[in-house]
Design a protein around this ligand. Sequence first.
Ligand SMILES: NC(=O)c1ccc[n+]([C@@H]2O[C@H](COP(=O)([O-])OP(=O)(O)OC[C@H]3O[C@@H](n4cnc5c(N)ncnc54)[C@H](OP(=O)(O)O)[C@@H]3O)[C@@H](O)[C@H]2O)c1
Length: 339
Amino acid sequence: MKINDHAPIARYIADEQRYESMPYRRCGNSGLSLPVLSLGLWHNFGQYDSFANARHILREGFDIGITHFDLANNYGPPYGAAEETLGRIMAHDLASYRDELIISTKAGYDMWPGPYGVGGSRKYLVSSLNQSLKRMNLDYVDIFYHHTPDPDTPLEETISALDMLVRQGKALYVGLSNYSPEQTRQALDIFNQLGTPCLIHQARYSMFDRHVEEGLLDTLGQAGVGMIAFSPLSQGLLTEKYLNGIPQGSRADNQRSYLDASLVERYQPKIQALADIANQRGQSLAQMALAWLLVDERVSSVLIGASSSGQLRENVAAVNCLAFSDAEKEQILKILDKE
Ligand SMILES: NC(=O)c1ccc[n+]([C@@H]2O[C@H](COP(=O)([O-])OP(=O)(O)OC[C@H]3O[C@@H](n4cnc5c(N)ncnc54)[C@H](OP(=O)(O)O)[C@@H]3O)[C@@H](O)[C@H]2O)c1
């Protein structure tokens, strides 16, 4: 990252305009509202990415009402780098806006060597959050998640560690990610016994991956826990970028990504058919794919990624057309359900 990446960015919108166009939705039964579109820092905020680009994306996002940035201890590469990038952008641009921001991080996947750098133990979760706070130069995070269930740790230990971190003021709220409906119910029972509510569940959800419709959304809706959908564009498949093959530098072209290039060919007919409907609605496919997830009010926010501020602006314009006619819903479901 070059030093002149730190030059001031000229464009600052007036503070009062920031919240004019983004809708905010209550997260479950809590008092916290989230923007219907939040920004994730999984990709594009690591040590080898352009700091200037990362800074533009984040600043642009905040200027159009994205108040929620989502991280994890291991986002990078290398692990920890996305949190450091956020820390630098906070210091340069956003420190005075801390109270207007919801910043989340997570621990659960492998982070450092040895038995205490992975899983769901109290030792790992507490040490990891302490490290995250240092990297981001924050006193507290707004949401701390257990990133993935750990079958080798008693659930009571994991949940009581989250409860303790809230009581210590290091996290204002806590959440779960990638837990099944049954694991979620068990965890919520323990949260309730301890008196710390679980704010939110973060799960993969897109037009191409609808597993949360088979129980998880019902579980969360009944318990009054919010749901935030990750990889809503199926990492870019649900955009027009792969209609004519795999562009250089895209996730499907990138060894670091989990987007398997073979999926591009497999999903091509569906992508084309969905893009045609989006076009009739006067939207891009990305905008329609994001709007589709927000039809369900149990979805508190949809967590997007972006490799440029142009992508971000395009995606945020989804909020201009969130409703679907019955005929559109029927057409879309027919395409999605087709083998
Ligand atoms: N809890 C978990 O286990 C978990 C797992 C995964 C993600 N997450 C969270 O969810 C966030 C979002 O996940 P994701 O990044 O996979 O989301 P996504 O929105 O499905 O994919 C983002 C990628 O799609 C492409 N894209 C986005 N908008 C586009 C547009 N308008 N036109 C063309 N291409 C576009 C870009 O890829 P290119 O780079 O190819 O341009 C972008 O990096 C992550 O940052 C992270 O915070 C959580």
